[in-house]
Design a protein around this ligand. Structure first.
Ligand code: FES
Length: 569
């Protein structure tokens, strides 16, 4: 006998509870047949005017609804917390786990059978996936899609990446403030997420490579009619997924995560993918650790997009998008089931590259080995990462004296001082920016080059911190040092003048200070007083895991798929 649908426990009952559930929904004009036992599909929308990257999601939600109705389902849209990366303080990452909780509890509490996740801006995709994975109802993603290419003075400019470049140019005296201000309007010309291969497009690409969205979902521009059609088709597909009982746990297998790691290397994806994939894996019980990211180490960089390359997401879409990349990786892909029910290799079938400068064939990569490098050593016992494709090759093997900023405020106060005692060999160290320390692990690891060195033409230096960096940023930046300083990691013990050695080829990050001296410093060390003593931020600081565990909250790891049986009335 067929198991009754989950929604039947809300809308299928011929008693007082069923009356209440149906009757209140009918105040929106839904007819009787909407409650005839058809699949009820939640559309989990992170639209918000404070999340400009997700501003196109209302249009996509309507298209999803068309598809759901067409396939015989009943779509119901609901809002969840929205995280506007460029708008939130102290950092949107502080709230990723709050979004995940919101998504999880909404999906669980409402009488839906499956869910379409509408997200885009950096933290919205991982937050939604973490929450949906912990309930494990059939789920599929429709992403915002990238903005059209930025245009300014006749050339393409990329969100994020060119902001960092322009602001350094202003500091170096190579760009006027008027030009800097004028570039603002040309950068963001349409709805959609950052049109570089930043975190949003990285996560959308990995979602596609993991088979959690339909093919071409990642790269089609937000305003391309084909994205609206894809949303429509996704609405049709989620109804079938409910019929097939195809759940995130069927899709998010070890093979899917390994495919995401391979794809992340090939697209030159964001370092933020590491914390997000680790957190999602923790929800579905896949034993993924930092070491697994070494899988991507020898994968060539195939997508020539900023910040690791020169083009933008619009170009990537027209060149073939993720399916064309998966076709290049065909021999390496792990078997993994997708939202379409088949194997991920089907996403690559018939995919072609239409511009071989934007998507390079394996025979002509942008860089021969592009994967993130995992670092360990006495400065990062639980690991750290560096992104070679966005770094300066010569600096990936480097030893130099540390200059330490004890906090972000100290860094901002000092970085432009003409008498800052730094040289191009100096290793800049920033503390107090990890999950607990800031709190929320902000994207400040790519600290600016000291003004006096910028004026001398220096554009990159080795930088080390417990922070993250924007997926649109570049430089020889060592990130996610774990344990973080505020948790008592060795980073807390570094002093200006200590020598630090980075060897990306050997995967090492070493503080060249005697153990006895470090022990003496540890005895004298105390953590900073907490910035927050109440509310969600306190909950976060008390329970957040370190970067090598995905910075999830300890009590959110895993899932709870038990039916909800108690009624409120
Ligand atoms: Fe939203 Fe970049 S700020 S995607």
């Amino acid at each position: 006998m067929k198991t009754p649908r989950r929604s039947a426990a809300w809308y299928g009952k011929l008693d007082r509870d069923g009356f209440i559930h149906r009757s209140w929904m009918k105040n929106q004009g839904f007819p009787d047949h909407a409650f005839d036992g058809r699949p009820i599909i939640g559309i989990c929308n992170t639209w918000s005017e404070l999340t400009p990257c997700n501003s196109g999601l209302r249009i996509l939600a309507e298209a999803v609804k068309r598809g759901v109705w067409e396939a015989g389902g009943f779509p119901v849209e609901f809002p969840v917390t929205s995280l506007g990366e460029t708008q939130m303080k102290p950092t949107a990452m502080l709230f990723r786990n709050l979004l995940a909780m919101d998504v999880e509890e909404c999906i669980r509490a409402y009488g839906i059978d499956g869910v379409v996740l509408l997200g885009g801006c950096d933290k919205t995709t991982p937050g939604q996936l973490m929450g949906a994975a912990s309930v494990d109802l059939p789920a599929i993603v429709v992403s915002s899609g990238p903005m059209l290419n930025g245009k300014w003075r006749g050339r393409d400019i990329g969100s994020g990446t060119d902001v960092w470049k322009f602001s350094e140019a202003v500091r170096a005296g190579d760009m006027t403030l008027q030009d800097f201000m004028a570039a603002e309007s040309g950068m963001s010309r349409s709805a959609g997420v950052c049109m570089t291969m930043g975190t949003a497009s990285t996560m959308a690409s990995l979602v596609e490579a993991m088979g959690l969205a339909l093919p071409t979902n990642a790269a089609l521009p937000a305003v391309d009619a084909r994205r609206t059609a894809l949303a429509h088709l996704t609405g049709r597909r989620i109804v079938e997924m409910v019929e097939e009982d195809l759940k995130p746990s069927d899709i998010l297998t070890r093979g899917a995560f390994e495919n995401a790691i391979l794809a992340n290397a090939a697209v030159g994806g964001s370092t933020n993918a590491v914390v997000h994939l680790l957190a999602i894996a923790g929800r579905v019980g896949v034993d993924l650790g930092l070491a697994h990211f070494e899988l991507g180490r020898d994968i060539p960089l195939l997508v020539n997009c900023m910040p690791s390359g020169q083009y933008l997401m619009e170009d990537f879409a027209y060149a073939g998008g993720v399916p064309a990349v998966l076709a290049q990786l065909r021999d390496q892909l792990r078997p993994a089931r997708t939202a379409l029910g088949g194997d991920i290799s089907a996403y690559a079938e018939g995919a072609e590259i239409f511009n071989e400068d934007v998507i390079r064939p394996l025979s002509n990569p942008v860089k021969p080995a592009a994967g993130l490098r995992v670092l360990r050593g006495n400065l990062a016992p639980d690991g750290a990462i560096v992104k070679p494709s966005a770094a300066t090759d010569a600096l990936l093997e480097h030893e130099g004296p540390a200059y330490v900023f004890e906090s972000i405020e100290a860094m901002k106060a000092q970085i432009d001082r003409d008498d800052l005692p730094v040289t191009p060999e100096t290793v800049l160290v920033l503390k107090g920016c990890g999950p607990k320390g800031y709190p929320g692990m902000p994207e400040v690891g790519n600290m600016p080059i000291p003004a006096k060195l910028v004026k001398a033409g220096v554009r990159d230096m080795v930088r080390v911190s417990d922070a993250r960096m924007s997926g649109t940023a570049f430089g020889t930046v060592v990130l996610h040092v774990a344990p973080e300083a505020q948790a008592g990691g060795p980073l807390a013990l570094v002093r200006t003048g200590d020598r630090i050695r980075l060897s990306a080829s050997r995967g090492e990050l070493t503080l060249l200070v005697e153990d006895a001296e470090l022990e003496a410093r540890r005895t004298a060390w105390t953590p900073d007083p907490p910035h927050y003593t109440r509310g969600y931020a306190k909950l976060y600081v008390d329970h957040v895991l370190q970067a090598d565990r995905g910075a999830d909250l300890d009590f959110l790891v895993g899932k709870d798929t038990r039916p909800v049986t108690r009624e409120s009335h």
